[in-house]
Design a protein around this ligand. Structure first.
Ligand SMILES: Nc1ncnc2c1ncn2[C@@H]1O[C@H](COP(=O)(O)OP(=O)(O)OP(=O)(O)O)[C@@H](O)[C@H]1O
Length: 519
């Protein structure tokens, strides 16, 4: 192995190229990462970020180009060999086994053995000491299936930390984390960094780039459009490098909440056996209603219950003046309700099927109220959806598992929109979606609302919540803590309600975030 780079450069990928089925995904791309720094890797959905990181971490081989790691020229046969050398990649799609404990998952493949059997106590002790090192507190004996998505994400990171990698790659690690958990993760990243670990962070969140990263690499269509120290960049510079033009208006203008609005869906004292309590909420036709709050306050149960995926035991659901009950998703679809779940991998898509097949999964004839949607129309609508949402795919016949995460989300959108719902429920709709596509989605939601659709969005993204909602409900411990009309919503008020306090103590007046959105 020959020494080829300066000592402070941990990783150097040179002239990397990759094609899939003749589609060039990375083109002559070079990247470097220094010791003890956090490098942000950003770019639109399908820009090639995951492909690049998969190459760096041995998951796939480049068609050409070379990698130098810790001064040595390396070729990884697979991700195990990269891991051994000190490169760990925590993927967006979590790989934990649900029926094993936290400790067993973390130590998988490296279990301590005594008398030929796994030494369970030692295994859990070792896992616990790794968790201590990264200052994360979770019971190592708990089953992974009992964990929240956020807890799973942290366990994945802990698992990657077992080998104390010199380079830790994190693919959108905060997408399922609450603000507090994100703060915790960032504290951990700072500690690892100060001890000399290098981190590459794939993210779509602007604030994170400026908060935690030292340098940024921007990819567009498989090429690098910018590499720069964060201190030399503004938010606008970065957006411009990502989308190739300046974005002036992030959110389309909101609508007021006049009292004459036609009620579409009304929830009266909705409750369940566990989490939800006395929920009153209303979605008028033609408006976007946001539901916010810290993660895990009952949003998931409420969102799913409105699509027949969770059972309400108390209260009434009233759709267009009629009391309804939703026992399963087909009930909901027949009533014109569409649901975009936060769990796209297992609920939105069948991964081995093609883009087109996934889109044709909804049987429109069966669910259409008047039976007038023909297959031909359906196909046309789907194609329009693909174009409208700019789904990036080498071919409509490509299995959807090969699409980038954000493009998979767009496929789900296009599929549901072709059903012409009258009520659209969305749970974390722009998680993993790039900045440009987010704007497209916001515009689309407003267009749909203007066409009379009622929209209910559950989101933990504060900017999104304030930016798109005509009215916001904030949840706390399974209840609605308060509601705010669009214009009066501020981050401070939402945070107050989210922490279980009433608004009476808050001074009037806006805050920076709301001012930015409203300007
Ligand atoms: N195994 C594969 N076979 C075919 N095409 C692939 C494969 N893996 C990735 N691609 C294609 O390569 C392109 C880049 O995908 P990649 O996942 O690297 O993008 P990304 O920048 O990580 O996007 P996102 O932000 O949405 O996760 C996409 O068009 C994707 O469809």
């Amino acid at each position: 192995m020959e020494k080829t780079v300066e000592p402070q450069v941990v990783l150097l990928g040179s002239h990397l190229t990759k094609q899939f089925y003749g589609n060039i995904v990375l083109e002559d791309l070079s990247i470097s990462c220094k010791r003890g720094t956090v490098l942000a890797l950003v770019g639109e959905n399908g820009a090639g970020k995951s492909t690049l990181m998969n190459i760096i971490s041995g998951g796939i081989q480049p068609d050409s180009g070379s990698i130098t790691f810790m001064g040595n020229s390396v070729t990884f046969k697979n991700s195990q060999s990269a891991k051994k050398m000190g490169i760990a990649f925590v993927h967006q799609e979590l790989s934990l086994l649900p029926d094993l404990s936290v400790g067993e998952n973390m130590m998988l493949g490296q279990e301590p053995v005594r008398y030929g059997f796994i030494h369970h106590r030692k295994l859990h002790e070792q896992a616990e000491s790794v968790l201590k090192e990264i200052q994360y507190d979770v019971d190592v004996y708990r089953m992974v299936k009992e964990l929240t998505p956020a807890e799973k994400q942290m366990v994945e990171i802990a698992k990657a930390w077992i080998d104390r990698p010199s380079l830790l790659i994190l693919d959108e690690p905060t997408s399922s984390l609450s603000k507090i958990e994100t703060d915790h993760l960032f504290k951990m990243i700072r500690t690892l960094k100060s001890e000399g670990t290098s981190i590459i962070l794939i993210t779509h969140r602007m604030d994170e780039i400026f908060r935690i990263c030292d340098e940024v690499v921007v990819l567009k269509d498989g090429r690098m459009t910018k590499t720069e120290k964060i201190e030399n960049l503004t938010r606008d510079d970065l957006i411009q490098a990502m989308v190739g033009r300046e974005i002036i208006h992030t959110f389309p203008p909101r609508k007021g909440m006049s009292i004459q609005l036609d009620s579409l869906l009304k929830l009266k004292s909705i409750g369940d056996e566990g989490r939800l309590n006395e929920i009153d909420l209303e979605v008028p036709r033609g408006r976007i209603i946001g539901v916010g709050g810290l993660e895990g306050q009952g949003q998931r149960q409420l969102a799913r219950g409105l699509f027949g995926l969770h059972f309400f035991t108390h209260g009434e659901l009233i759709l267009e003046g009629k009391r309804i009950s939703l026992k399963c998703p087909v009930d909901a679809m027949k009533k014109g309700i569409a649901f975009i779940s936060d769990d796209r991998k297992s609920e939105g898509l069948i991964l081995p099927l093609s883009v087109l097949e996934n889109m044709s999964l909804l049987n429109f004839d069966a669910i259409s109220r008047y039976g007038i949607i023909s297959r031909k129309t359906e196909r046309r609508e789907i194609n329009q959806g693909i174009t409208r949402l700019a789904v990036k795919t080498a071919s409509p016949q490509l299995p959807v598992q090969f699409l980038s995460g954000g493009n998979q989300q767009k496929v789900i959108f296009a599929k549901w929109l072709a059903m012409h719902p009258r009520l659209l429920i969305l749970h974390e709709p722009t998680r993993g979606v790039d900045v440009q596509s987010k704007l497209e989605i916001y515009r689309l939601l407003r267009e749909l609302a203007d066409g009379g659709v009622g929209i209910l969005v559950f989101t933990s993204d504060m900017l999104e919540l304030i930016g798109i909602s005509d009215r916001i409900y904030v949840m706390y411990e399974g209840r609605i803590m308060g509601q705010l009309d669009g214009e009066e919503a501020t981050e401070e008020k939402i945070m107050t309600l989210s922490s279980g306090k009433l608004l009476t103590d808050i001074q009037k007046g806006g805050d920076v975030l709301a001012a930015r959105i409203n300007s």
